[in-house]
Design a protein. Sequence first.
Length: 369
Amino acid sequence: MAKRDYYEVLGIGKNADAKEIKKAYRKLAKKYHPDMNPGDKNAEQKFKEITEAYNILSDDEKKKLYDQYGFAAFEEGAGAGGAYGGGQGFHGQGGFDGSGFGGFNFHQDGNGGYREYHFENGNMDDMGDIFGDIFGNMFHGKGSSQSSGFGGQSFHRQSGFGGGFGGRSAQAKGSDLRSEVSVSFEEAAFGCDRMLRLSDPSGNGAVQTLKVHVPAGIEDGKSIRLKGKGNPGFNGGPAGDLLLKVNVTSKPGFERKGMDIYTTANIPFTTAVFGGEAKVSTLYGDVICKIPEGTQSGRKIRLRGKGIVSMKDSAIHGDQYVTVQIQVPQNLSPEAKEKLREFQQVLYKDTQRKRGSAEIGRASCRERV
């Protein structure tokens, strides 16, 4: 397959400066690095291609030759006295799979992994910075000797991404796993422990049992992070985390809003009229609430501290708000109906009397004016 133009490979224009070239390579190297795409042959090939392009375009002398002669500048025999008259030769310098680029040479082990890299006479001074940005502190050192990693003019060491650069291990954190657990309304309010059986992330088919503590006060849909219980890291790097989503089942008659609880209390018509007491269920047991005389339907009663505990401070609790609903009597006996009619008549007369008194009062005010 014909080679692609180096500028096209990095997605930059031919007038790009060193900073733009480095930025483009940094972005693509992070995307296609073999350790980030294990077993992906296409990513592996792209990584080789972009590194080959960067090795040429980041070196002022090689870039000048490439701009003038293209790929032919680096073919066998294109040295001093060769086809391009006095140009510095790059033959026999390694390159990609023996193609001769004096820069980045990949060799694979029997398992298809990277085990040897050669940086020879290339402009690799900033490679440590680039890979350091990509993988954090996995790549170290910018010295001048062969064991320094990326800083020297020549790098020839058995390492690769499986063994590290400059003798350092190329580590990366494993990816996170996600799972779910269901708890009751009360368990979410007071906290609980759960035993989970999960497939071992190492992929060996084993099942691991985890004891998970669900903290008191957790809300539906929130996640618990279990550090180090995710997929294994690369080359000895730390394992990822397990993100456990908590699903809270509903409780009939109870509604949660933040740390507060909302419930309803049904009271008899007579209790609303004359006042009295009503039993109200809470998460902490039943309590007796006082109902003031003349309570209207829809009135809210606040029970302090009967809500959900704060996850940040166990000394802080929400409240419970009880909405009063008046029960309308049904299936009344004839005697009860008669008494209610008498009550209705008395109530009507009382209302008329109060209305008349109010009108007399208004008339008296007008006469004074």
